[in-house]
Design a protein around this ligand. Structure first.
Ligand code: G16
Length: 543
């Protein structure tokens, strides 16, 4: 490595002295104007990772649900999964190295990982629609180029599309073709096949309408491109397509989930099926309003439950030995966990926030369903399960078993198994609702959510809060957990926890209880406890 050249190029992407950032829940995230040096350095790191793994690596420029002024970057590993935890540490070290330390940090990474600098390197790049994304992705390209890496810039893509491309490339096309066309064709083929099976079993009007809030983000562009592949029975109507309003502003999956109300810009009639994507289209939540004008949110937990019911019914017919489990986080509504474990008898595991943790756990099962309550998730099928299902779909003599296996096979192809994908999940959900003939109300009624509330509190240093037990228990600062325990005791069926966000400079608070006013009161009291015991800044939280 000619470090003089790297140094010269790095000087064009100077690091603000003293600025320290951390590779968090989903990569680096902060105000876009602070990220130029991080982008350049992630270009460097992607080349080293590509050489270390002899594979193509992805770099996605996005801050997903964050406000439009923010941006972020994350690396995608060879199978389309999130970056290896050890390399997350390297990413943080590299991003925080002062200019004069850059060579040392890079040399150390190369030594530890035995990176052969003469090997080829290929990096796939993608970006979301933020005004800052194009320039920042150019900085990534500068980093790749200065180390002699090759790149392919996919330009505007959803985050899950880039994960998919990386996986396709590194499996030599086995997972699909590494093009947008390939993505659309693979998903739509599986969807059309599934919908066909639904239409052959139902006699009524099969036209399906879905209103989609695109968060003023990339999802709108990609759904417009994909629409022509949909079967004629499926009619999507796009709102918040980015032509008028700001990204994620008063709309999108995060807004709808946190505020438990509909997005602006989407006119909803009673009982109409609606959904919201987030800024980079990796999350989805559904909702409707009833005839009394009440808003009903169908979040990631209800999505996981619907999918689990569907898969379990098929697995019973196809191959009962295949083990299925559901992976959740502490944010999962208590009612969902109870329904899955007690009514459905499906094992449930709780892990730390961040799809990387859920994905990892889900890999332990033949069929691993993972969803965060915020609508981020997918289903993983083990190689053995997939092989068995494909074989039965082709060769099984028993008609019912073969048909069920075919349905599972199409479902496997419809899921983006590299990461949660709002477009793929939406198609899975639409297919399941059609196949089972379920209305929104029937889906919603599978179980009743415990009333809950999500809040945020600003503190001077959120990293002072430390948690354990999949973030359900605080270990620092002292006294905070005891206070939370005492507050929880005041309410019936109550639960609460706090954790530092890995994507925003805030502490998140979650509370649930028997009644909405109790969940609200508990969340507020816990937020005051955080403010007082964990260094709150600004005015204390107001009820
Ligand atoms: C990202 C992660 C999600 C996580 C969310 C919030 O979502 O991919 O797994 O739930 O951030 O994380 P935190 O609570 O740590 O801020 P997205 O859609 O913004 O990429």
């Amino acid at each position: 490595m000619d470090f003089a050249v790297v140094k010269k190029s790095s000087a064009l992407h100077p690091k603000p002295a003293g600025l320290a950032l951390q590779y968090g829940t989903a990569g680096f995230r902060t105000e876009a104007e602070r990220l130029d040096h991080v982008m350049f350095r992630m270009g460097l790191l992607a080349v080293l990772r590509s050489r270390a793994t002899a594979s193509t690596i992805g770099v996605m420029v996005t801050a997903s649900h964050n406000p439009e002024e923010d941006n972020g970057v994350k690396l995608i590993d060879p199978h389309g999964e999130m970056l290896h935890p050890l390399w997350e540490e390297y990413a943080t070290q590299l991003a925080n190295a002062e200019e004069q330390e850059l060579q040392k940090v890079m040399t150390e990474i190369c030594q530890k990982e035995a990176v052969d600098l003469h090997k080829d390197a290929l990096v796939f790049i993608g970006r979301d629609t933020r005004p800052s994304s194009k320039k920042l992705s150019q900085s990534v390209i500068d980093g790749i180029s200065v180390l002699g890496g090759q790149y392919h810039d996919y330009g505007l893509v959803t985050t899950p599309q880039l994960h998919y491309m990386v996986c396709c490339q590194n499996t030599q096309g086995q997972y699909g073709k590494a093009t947008l066309e390939g993505y659309y064709q693979k998903l739509s083929k599986a969807f059309v096949e599934l919908i066909k099976q639904a239409n052959s079993s139902s006699s009524g009007d099969s036209q399906r309408h879905l209103k989609i809030d695109c968060a003023n983000g990339i999802g709108a562009l990609k759904l417009m491109e994909m629409e022509r592949y949909f079967p004629k029975e499926v009619l999507i109507h796009l709102y918040n397509d980015g032509t008028k309003e700001k990204l994620n502003h008063l709309c999108g999956a995060d807004y709808v989930k946190v505020h438990q109300k509909p997005p602006t810009g989407l006119d909803m009639k009673p009982n109409e099926r609606c959904c919201s994507l987030d800024g980079d289209a990796d999350r989805i939540v559904y909702y409707y309003k009833d005839t009394a004008d009440h808003f009903h949110l169908i979040d990631g937990d209800k999505i996981a439950t619907l999918i689990s019911i569907f898969l379990k019914e098929l697995l019973v017919k196809v191959e009962q030995t295949l083990k299925m489990a559901v992976i959740q986080t502490a944010y999962a509504n208590g009612s969902s966990t109870r329904y899955l474990e007690e009514t459905m008898k499906v094992p449930v595991h709780c892990v730390k926030t961040g799809v990387k943790h859920l994905h990892h756990k889900a890999q332990e099962f033949d069929v691993g369903v993972y969803f965060e309550a915020n609508g981020h998730g997918t289903v993983l099928f083990s190689k053995a399960a997939e092989t068995k299902i494909r074989q039965l779909a082709k060769e099984e003599k028993d008609d019912e078993r073969r048909e069920a296996a075919k349905m599972l096979e199409n479902t496997i192809d419809l899921f983006n198994q590299t990461v949660g994908d709002a477009i793929s999940d939406m198609l899975v959900i639409e297919a399941i609702l059609a196949l089972k003939g379920l209305t929104m109300q029937q889906w919603d009624a599978i179980y009743t959510d415990l009333p809950n509330r999500l809040l945020k509190v600003q503190v001077a240093d959120r990293h002072l809060i430390d948690t354990t037990d999949a973030e359900r228990h605080v270990v620092a600062p002292p006294g905070l957990q005891e206070k939370i325990d005492a507050l929880v005791k005041k309410y019936k069926s109550a639960r609460a926890f706090v954790r530092p966000s890995g994507t925003e400079d805030i502490v998140r608070i979650y509370a649930e209880a028997d009644k909405q006013e109790n969940a609200d009161a508990l969340a507020h009291e816990v937020s005051l406890a955080v403010y007082h015991l964990a260094g709150g800044v600004g005015t204390p939280p107001q009820p």
